[in-house]
Design a protein around this ligand. Structure first.
Ligand code: ADP
Length: 287
């Protein structure tokens, strides 16, 4: 395991969100490596990591040709409102081939989804072999917003942690690498970002008056997040809590976590199933 994964992973039962400073920057190289402008440093790093991610993505895609492997990768993002999920997706997937990558957002379940188990819509949205998926929100909403607003009774949501662990373990055994990231922002940072949305007409579309009612339940949400990451950080699918008040740190950290997950898989181009030299000779001999 790389240093960053060690530093950010949730050890089940031990994580207290209040003890993780959203402005902190765990695992960041020293000032000597970074220089005076951390934002610029992060941009350059993320650009380099993106190139690595794109190369990995292509090899993963190629390796799954004709059903040769069932490997696939899922980056799952959860955060409070204004936590930076969209910005993270943009940064981390920049340049990935849309043919092998798909980002999916989950809102309140529609009528058909409500007729099924909460994991039904999730299973359908998982990336197929060779693909990378990004979840902007996920089945964890079913133990977050659902718990905070009592959308189902406690008996039901409290069973979901074990159901989620079983589901993720089954998927992991079937070739899915799951990188689960909670973008951890402070209440003060959320206020700043909500204000920025109100003060900039080009951001009004992102503001929803209901956001303030959700913000009023901040402590309930933090408790629900804390339980989710503690109860569902498993060997098959660990949770990472990424301090996210500083966007440049967040982008670097999430890109690094995803890159490290790919490095473990280390997908390889498949060997050609034809005689390269013979094909070359044939092509040269043709018109
Ligand atoms: P985002 O805030 O992610 O940019 P939206 O503004 O469309 O996107 O918000 C999606 C909403 O859907 C959130 O308020 C979230 O709590 C809600 N949601 C997601 N999953 C569920 C679920 N399973 N049950 C109820 N609400 C959900």
């Amino acid at each position: 395991m790389s240093d960053l994964r060690e530093l950010l992973t949730v050890r089940p039962g031990n994580a207290r969100l209040a003890d993780i400073d959203p402005r902190s920057t765990p695992g960041l190289p020293g000032k000597q490596a970074i220089g005076d402008d951390p934002k610029r440093w992060s941009q350059a790093q993320v650009a380099t990591i993106s190139e690595q991610l794109n190369a990995y993505q292509e090899r993963l895609f190629a390796s799954a040709k004709e059903g040769a492997t069932n490997r696939r990768v899922l980056l799952l993002l959860q955060a409070m409102d204004c936590g930076g999920k969209d910005g993270t997706v943009r940064n981390v997937t920049q340049g990935m081939s849309p043919a092998g990558m798909k980002a999916v957002s989950f809102g309140p379940p529609d009528e058909e989804e409500r007729r099924h188990d909460f994991l039904w819509r999730i299973s359908r949205a998982l990336p197929p072999a060779g693909h990378v998926g990004v979840f902007n929100r996920s089945h964890y909403e079913d133990v977050l917003v659902v718990r905070v607003h009592n959308l189902v009774d406690e008996g039901e949501w409290s069973r979901r942690y074990d159901q989620i662990n079983a589901f993720e373990a089954e998927q992991a055994a079937a070739g899915l690498t799951i990188v689960k990231v909670m973008l951890h922002i402070s209440k003060a940072e959320q206020k700043k970002r909500l204000l920025a949305r109100l003060d900039d007409p080009s951001k009004h579309w992102k503001y929803n008056p209901g956001d303030l009612a959700e913000r009023a339940r901040w402590d309930d949400y933090q408790r629900a997040y804390e339980d989710a990451v503690n109860r569902c950080s498993t060997a098959a699918a660990p949770w990472y809590v990424v301090p996210a008040d500083r966007k440049w740190y967040r982008n670097w950290a999430v890109a690094t976590l995803l890159r490290d997950a790919f490095a473990d898989i280390d997908p390889q181009y498949p060997a050609p199933d034809f005689d390269v030299a013979a094909e070359r000779a044939r092509l040269l001999a043709a018109d």
